[in-house]
Design a protein around this ligand. Structure first.
Ligand code: NAP
Length: 495
């Protein structure tokens, strides 16, 4: 069940929010501590979905500032009015008179940490007469979620157990796999009743929350930060398009990524995407590495296969595939060629960071004639030395004679959309220009290249392709690339 908390300061605002929330929710939580003066009888009377009545005191993270007796009176009144559920704190439950229609959620909140004694605390809540036991506690590490999942798995008693905070977000989604009674989803951004809460619409539509069950396969992206990542949107859309019982989670990993991967083995996660800054650190926890991942020293994909975690890299084939198609004029043309269309081509690679390294290794393997140029020239020299190619000073860029330009710097990326890594004069008709930057979809470099008669490839192509290759490695099924591309474009257009 998805429960939408109603957090509004007046009767009128509560009613307006209830209108928005009702279609999204299986159950509503009336947070009376935000509006103790609101007409509880009218709210209960007019409800179109079951309600939980809560009046949380400040000591448990709520807004109620009045006398304890006044607070308990609100809860008692909710019981007397026949509310479907009342949420009462463990230290107050004995002070309420039970009613025949109302079920009691007995709760405990800890805004500092996940308590050491979770099973014991859970037993206390049940012993206090909880029809539903609730524990909400602050995660200080993503690993804390494991303790919540273990608790949920260990009990048959109806239980709401979740981690708050960004590190705990996954417990609000994946708890359902382990039998949680309900999860909380906010009616809109800014309307969260606790930190780390996911939007109810996102739970329903993106994570397909209500389809999650014991057998649901779990995937996710290991990153830090992770909030901006488009990967959950595109992979979940791909699973939905193929009607697969799978969910893909944003995993904000602040600890050592190898420690994270080892600890999360107990959940049987079937695949990970790995991104900044963990592509190298994660390798220590893997059982096998593909030759490519070993060579470039970076893993962006982990596949769980035959009880082993296998690390590989789809950034390289995705970028090289897109470049080959652009140079040859299509997939079919590439397939008909005896050797790579990049062989012997003069390629100017702008940048010397992680993306540049991946592309440089791929280009050299295909026999391209590569020149690297980077703002910090020493880094260009180091990369050129590593892969065996030339380095060029940025001051000499305008006169470089090349067939293909690949930008792997972040120059031109939102919000600095007027910047370009290459002077217009260096662009000539017939060149292929590839920009790793995908926000905006057409960078200044790509626009000027198009105007100069070059063939252009945007970063979206690379991004979607690396994700599609991951999807195929995990599932063994062709990825719905059009769906994935549509989701990326919609996100970038702010839809
Ligand atoms: P990174 O390791 O941090 O490298 C950043 C690169 O950009 C370095 O070469 C850096 O030069 C250069 N740079 C940054 N600001 C600059 C400036 N103001 N002027 C000149 N050069 C500048 O990052 P990365 O992982 O390689 O990613 C680079 C870009 O590629 C990002 O925009 C990223 O979004 C994009 N990317 C896209 C995809 C995709 O799927 N489309 C995949 C990977 C990366 P210095 O060495 O001098 O600092």
């Amino acid at each position: 069940m998805i429960c939408v908390p109603i957090v509004a300061p007046s009767q009128e605002r509560m009613e307006r929010e209830i209108q928005f929330a009702t279609p999204l929710a299986d159950i509503l939580e009336l947070r009376m501590d935000y509006a103790p003066e609101a007409d509880l009888a009218a709210l209960i009377e007019k409800r179109r979905k079951p309600v939980i009545v809560t009046c949380r005191p400040e000591r448990e993270g709520g807004q109620f500032k009045g006398e304890e007796s006044a607070r308990l009176a609100v809860l008692q009144r909710a019981i007397d009015l026949g509310a479907d559920y009342v949420d009462v704190e463990l230290d107050s439950v004995a002070k309420l008179r039970r009613g025949s229609r109302t079920r009691m959620i007995v709760s405990r909140h800890d805004f500092q940490r996940v308590p050491e004694n979770l099973p014991e605390l859970h037993r206390e809540l049940v012993a206090a007469g909880a029809d539903v036991a609730k524990i909400a506690c602050m995660a200080t590490s993503i690993l804390d979620n494991l303790r919540i999942f273990r608790l949920l798995q260990s009990t048959k008693h109806p239980t709401i157990a979740l981690c708050m905070g960004e590190a705990g977000t996954i417990s609000r989604i994946l708890g359902r796999k382990y039998g949680v009674f309900l999860t909380f989803g906010s009616v809109a951004r800014g309307k969260e009743s606790a930190p780390g809460q996911v939007g109810a619409a996102q739970l329903r539509d993106m994570y397909r929350y209500k389809q999650i069950g014991r057998a649901t396969a779990v995937y996710g992206v290991i990153a830090n930060p992770v909030g901006h990542s488009m990967s959950p949107a595109i992979h979940n859309a791909a699973f939905a398009a193929l009607n697969m019982d799978a969910v893909y989670l944003p995993l904000k990993v602040e600890c050592d990524p190898a420690e994270f991967v080892r600890a999360f083995r107990e959940l049987g996660v079937l695949g990970y995407s790995v991104t900044i800054p963990h592509k190298e650190g994660v390798m220590a926890a893997l059982d096998e590495l593909s030759p490519l991942a070993k060579r470039i020293g970076a893993v962006n994909t982990i596949v769980y296969r035959k009880a082993k975690l296998h690390g590989t890299n789809t950034d390289v084939p995705a970028a090289i595939g897109a470049l080959e198609e652009a140079v040859a004029g299509g997939k079919k043309a590439v397939a008909e060629m005896e050797r790579s269309p990049l062989a012997g081509r003069r390629v100017l690679l702008l940048g010397a960071g992680g993306a540049a390294r991946a592309v440089a290794h791929g280009l050299i393997e295909k026999g391209a004639d590569v020149t690297v140029s980077n703002r910090t020239h020493d880094r260009a020299v180091a990369l050129a030395g590593e892969v065996g190619c030339r380095a060029l000073e940025v001051s000499a860029l305008a006169s470089a004679a090349v067939d293909v330009v690949v930008n792997t710097t972040s120059v031109g990326m939102y919000p600095n959309v007027h910047a370009t890594p290459l002077p217009k004069e260096a662009l000539r008709k017939g060149m292929v220009v590839f920009d790793a930057v995908y926000n905006p979809m057409e960078t200044r470099l790509l626009r000027e290249a198009r105007e100069a008669g070059c063939r252009t490839v945007g970063g979206i192509r690379w991004f979607v392709s690396q994700a599609a290759l991951q999807f195929e490695l995990w599932t063994g099924r062709p990825a719905p690339r059009q769906v994935m591309e549509r989701v990326v474009k919609e996100r970038l257009e702010g839809k």
